[in-house]
Write a protein that binds this ligand. Structure first.
Ligand code: BGC
Length: 795
């Protein structure tokens, strides 16, 4: 059977010659694409008719958003929202959840305000709403866009039931530095994988039809390049070349816009010295003019007021700059609401600028059908039904990455667990912990629904399961870390407090392990307060006494399986050389225990692949596979080949290898896959043909065979390297992938199309182009793929 690898559908644009693009045909360039859902004449006529009736104050009312529930940032406003809504001075609210709460404000806005304009309620629905699915980084590890679509679909349905037609998702920031806590909300380090996921999230939420009662408008965030924060410190400046910005960081946002994203969120960070929330280059030049975005832009929380901290002016000045740059709505800044009117009256802001922002917001409100159906019918209280649980479990099953599964002498491979493991010791602070495996953006998820690993293993093993907590996530000296990282600086009541006596609890765990045939350690991070926003870390090891616990249990000589539950790549160097089996399970959500047990017992064969490189040491960060070349490459940069220790004057560390401990795309299975030599339908193509359209010009084919004894799913990956371009290109770049399920002994042929979309790069004139060159092409099961072919593009 033949599988054709994932490739986005592209619109074919007419060939236009633009003088500024010199010799490169216009087909090669980005064309603005109108969003059919926001561009219709009828919709725009309704918007203009309403706009013509609005006073300046009513217009400005549409540009403000207040948080009237819990706070998801500092300095939440505390205003008389009822009065403001009655005056038409509240265009939007966030953090108001539930039919009753949203209807309360909606009734006031629609029934009491002069023009009856409904409020648009927005919320962070990130990995599910009431039903908590695995975190986005985990979803990306599935390499299955359909999984992202499923999570988004459940999120939208449940959000709409709670009165929320607008979700602050997906986060499509490229994240190449796991010190940055928000890597958990991303799809990892790669623009190709990130773009595929971005499209799927948008599709899942919006269903290509905003008017459906169970669609939710997305807010793609955080525009732009928020993930490039220097040193991985949250909210920090971003400083990068325009080529990197366009070729890597902007790609997934563009993919989301092309998929019809209705709104975007502007970022906190500056980009090359200009704050993201007052940046005409990104917000107007690129977003509006180059991409043709028709939706609206909301600022991130307080980002407009924070422009003052970026030293670009006082309150009125920064509000003017933000609005002028293209930020249409001010989230919790309280600046647009207070300073725009007087500036318009003083002639400093032209009223048409305000009008345009209002138009963009009203378009989305109309498209969502809010004018016709402003209220939410209260429904039954939420219940984690079997159907919802099954969906969460199915997604989680796909997200786990088997990092290592080496045979143990006299036992064989530890995973999947077999009946030989009569007694199993389950140990660790995350083994029986509902809160800390839920995920970082589960503000509306409830830990009470979480099935822990202990519960799930008890269902399978009964009293053959032994349990010991072993240690806490923190020990004494980490206590002030906890204080610092907690939201708003407060120590959460239910956060783990330091355990005073690690030595005692570790000794108990060691005794427990000694009584068992195999020990499973569940270690990692608290998703409640160690990951996500404002949770950057300088260390990537296990916190507290977890590493000591692991070493003590390994020292018993009992075979150990390590299950890592964390929202970022951790430093697993010691574990990788001392523990035979390691499963990366991320933050799996409500079905954590069941899903991990599915894989541990082999009911599900693991198929996840890393969306993010795992470092040997934190000092390698930012570490990603698509590095630019150096004139002095050290051996082994791509693989795990030993570097020559005598090699001096090379681009390498004195004290560590360059390569990742577990590279991008890595992930094992309980079966094995073999790859044929890849073939290419045309090994040489004329340049003019590549530049002429977005159609594929050649196909790379490979046969993948399951050579093991159980069925399995392999993520077949295609990488290429442009070996001769006017601008240096990464040593490898992902340009195709396909999930292929194979029965034992089965073989499938997979084909990857290559054309302009896969082959282009940005030249120094910022044009997307292809030049005569040779592409090396590799196909395989990770970024270390070695089966090779090539393509020549000739004059
Ligand atoms: C975050 C956004 C989020 C917003 C609203 C901000 O602090 O950066 O991702 O959508 O708060 O909660």
């Amino acid at each position: 059977m033949k599988t054709t690898a994932h490739r986005p559908l592209r619109l074919l644009f007419p060939l236009l010659l633009l003088t500024s693009l010199a010799a490169i045909p216009a087909i090669a360039q980005t064309r603005p694409v109108p969003n059919p859902q926001l561009a219709s004449r009828e919709l725009n006529e309704r918007v203009n008719a309403l706009l013509s009736k609005m006073t300046l104050d009513e217009k400005i009312g549409q540009l403000v958003q207040y948080s009237a529930g819990y706070a998801t940032g500092p300095g939440a406003s505390n205003l008389r929202y009822d009065e403001l809504a009655a005056k038409g001075a509240v265009g939007s609210m966030l953090n108001v959840v539930g039919a009753e709460a949203t209807n309360h404000y909606q009734h006031i806005a629609v029934e009491k305000s002069r023009l009856h304009i409904p409020i648009i309620f927005g919320l962070d629905v990130i990995h599910g709403h009431r039903t908590t699915f695995p975190v986005p980084l985990a979803v990306a590890a599935s390499w299955d866009p359909a999984a992202a679509e499923t999570v988004a679909r459940y999120g939208a349905v449940e959000a709409r039931a709670d009165g929320i037609p607008w979700v602050f998702s997906p986060m499509v920031d490229i994240a190449r530095d796991p010190r940055w806590g928000r890597i958990i909300e991303s799809s990892g380090e790669d623009p190709y994988l990130g773009s595929a996921m971005a499209r799927a999230w948008v599709k899942g939420y919006q269903q290509d039809d905003l008017s459906k009662p169970d669609s939710a408008a997305v807010s793609v965030k955080h525009f732009a390049a928020y993930g490039g924060a220097i040193a991985g410190r949250d909210y920090n400046a971003v400083d990068m070349s325009e080529i990197s910005l366009r070729q890597v960081y902007l790609k997934p946002y563009h993919a989301a816009v092309e998929a019809g994203a209705a709104t975007l969120m502007s970022s906190f960070n500056s980009i090359n010295g200009v704050p993201g929330s007052a940046n005409p280059f990104t917000l107007t030049q690129i977003l509006r003019h180059e991409w043709g975005f028709d939706g609206f832009v909301v600022s991130d929380w307080g980002a407009v007021a924070e422009l003052m901290n970026h030293s670009i002016g006082d309150g009125p000045t920064v509000a003017r700059k933000a609005l002028g740059a293209g930020v249409d709505m001010d989230m919790e800044g309280n600046l647009y609401g207070t300073v725009i009117a007087s500036q318009v009256r003083a002639g400093k802001i032209p009223e048409p600028v305000v009008d345009e922002a209002v138009r963009r917001i009203l378009r989305v409100k109309f498209a969502l059908g809010l004018f016709d159906h402003p209220y939410t019918q209260p429904g039954p209280a939420y219940d984690a039904t079997p159907e919802r649980r099954a969906a969460a479990r199915k997604v989680a099953d796909e997200t786990f990455v088997l990092l290592k599964n080496e045979p143990v002498e006299g036992v064989g491979a530890l995973l999947p667990l077999t009946a030989k493991a009569r007694k199993v010791a389950l140990i660790g602070p995350l083994a029986d912990n509902q809160r800390d495996v839920l995920g970082a953006w589960a503000v509306t998820g409830d830990p009470k629904y979480v099935v822990t690993l202990r519960t799930a293993l008890t269902e399978r093993l009964g009293d053959r399961l032994l349990y010991a907590e072993g240690c806490d996530l923190l020990s004494g000296e980490d206590a002030n870390v906890l204080k610092r990282v907690n939201f708003n600086g407060a120590v959460a009541e239910d956060a783990h407090l330091p355990v005073p006596d690690d030595a005692k609890t570790i000794a108990e765990a060691v005794e427990t392990a000694k009584q068992a045939d195999v020990a499973i350690l569940a270690l990692g991070e608290s998703t409640n307060w160690m990951e996500g926003e404002a949770s950057s870390r300088t260390k990537l090891g296990f916190t507290g006494a977890q590493e000591q616990l692991l070493e003590a249990v390994v020292a018993t000589g009992k075979p150990v399986i390590l299950v890592v539950l964390a929202g970022r790549p951790l430093e697993l160097k010691w574990a990788a050389s001392h523990v035979p089996a390691i499963l990366e399970a991320w933050s799996p959500g409500v079905e954590a225990g069941h899903a991990v047990a599915d894989v541990l017992f082999g009911d599900v064969n693991p198929s996840g692949k890393l969306p993010s490189s795992f470092p040997r040491a934190v000092g390698q960060e930012p570490l990603y596979y698509a590095q630019l070349p150096t004139g002095r490459p050290a051996h082994g940069d791509l693989g795990h080949l030993p570097q020559n220790p005598d090699e001096k004057f090379m681009s390498r560390y004195m004290d560590e290898e360059n390569s990742a401990l577990f590279p991008f795309g890595w992930g094992l299975s309980y079966t094995r896959f073999s790859y044929s030599q890849p073939t290419i339908s045309r090994a040489e193509v004329p340049l003019r043909e590549v530049l002429a359209s977005h159609k594929p010009v050649t196909m790379v084919g490979v046969d993948v065979k399951n050579t093991g004894s159980v069925a399995g799913t392999e993520v077949v990956q295609l990488y290429l390297r442009n070996t001769a371009a006017s601008v240096e290109q990464p040593v490898r770049e992902l340009k195709g992938f396909a999930r292929v399920t194979l029965a034992p002994g089965e073989q499938k042929h997979v084909e990857f199309p290559l054309g302009f979309d896969e082959l282009n790069f940005y030249n120094v004139q910022m044009q997307r182009t292809v030049e005569p060159t040779t592409y090396k092409i590799w196909v395989g099961g990770s970024s270390l793929a070695s089966a090779e072919t090539s393509l020549r593009v000739v004059e």
